[in-house]
Design a protein around this ligand. Structure first.
Ligand SMILES: Nc1ncnc2c1ncn2[C@@H]1O[C@H](COP(=O)(O)OP(=O)(O)OP(=O)(O)O)[C@@H](O)[C@H]1O
Length: 252
């Protein structure tokens, strides 16, 4: 099976401000395979975002290597890795351009890597496609194709970010606590949409979450991080036998 991401002995050491060094990624080796939907759990400061940053290139490793689709990207910038990766962040403001309309934002993501200027003028030709796409979500986004995204609710904006991140099938989708800023009901419906898109499009995805129930319910694999290390790597079978109580014990 093709490994989409391989981390080999990844180490990140930082200065913690008082002439001391801190290991924030501690010799992590990890293979993510095609079709994996991996949930990532861990307490505050466990190293979850550091792991994502090491994969996406926002952090230069002290030692070790990162491969994406078999290419050694260890020394590549985030921009160079962007051809493989889409990322959705916690903050609804991060994924969309606020003054552009929903349709314009979708067009930009749809035309990523193509000659945009010319084709953005023909926005109307994509309207039917965008209408169909946004109708899937069930939160009224389809009625707002001409609304600037800055005027949308947080839930609508995160759903739009997710659609944009997945409209051109990425090799790897990174979900960085993308439901954390939403109320429980909106968070649940965004999680259902996320799961549906990942299954339908057979995406490979990593998702950081603080919701233990989501980590149990979704995905085929669960990583638990602590002190910059992966302390558990559980498959569906092992995951299905775990209770919330077991999780508390793992963390302790
Ligand atoms: N550039 C940096 N310089 C110094 N310390 C850093 C840097 N980046 C991260 N850290 C530290 O590394 C540790 C891991 O941080 P990280 O953001 O990966 O944790 P996390 O698991 O994502 O936590 P949270 O759930 O709170 O977002 C923390 O102690 C953090 O303060």
């Amino acid at each position: 099976m093709q490994a989409i991401v391989e981390l080999k002995d990844a180490v990140k050491i930082v200065d913690n401000g008082s002439d001391e060094q801190k290991v924030i990624l501690n010799n992590v080796s990890l293979d993510i395979f095609e079709g994996d939907f991996v949930t990532v759990l861990g307490g505050n400061g466990a190293g979850k975002s550091t792991l994502f940053n090491a994969i996406a290139g926002n952090l230069v490793l002290t030692s070790g290597q990162v491969f994406i689709m078999g290419e050694n990207v260890t020394k590549k910038t985030p921009e160079e890795r962007a051809k493989y990766i889409s990322r959705v962040f916690q903050d609804p403001k991060m994924g969309t351009a606020p003054r552009m309309t929903v349709a314009e934002n979708l067009a930009v993501s749809r035309l990523r890597g193509e000659k945009r200027g010319l084709q953005l003028r023909n926005l109307s030709k994509y309207k039917d496609e965008f209408l169909k796409l946004t109708s899937r979500i069930g939160n009224g986004l389809e009625n707002h194709l001409d609304t600037p995204t800055g005027n949308l609710s947080g839930g609508q904006r995160q759903a739009l970010s997710l659609l944009m991140a997945t409209s051109k099938r990425p090799n790897l989708l990174l979900l960085d606590e993308h439901t954390a800023a939403l109320d429980p009901k909106t968070s649940n419906s965004l999680m259902e949409l996320t799961d549906e898109i990942i299954k339908n499009d057979k995406l490979t995805s990593l998702m950081i979450t603080h919701h233990m129930d989501d980590a149990l319910k979704y995905g085929n694999r669960l990583l638990v991080m602590k002190d910059g290390q992966i302390i558990q790597d559980l498959d569906s079978n092992q995951k299905s036998k775990l209770s919330i109580q077991d999780f508390y014990e793992i963390f302790e």
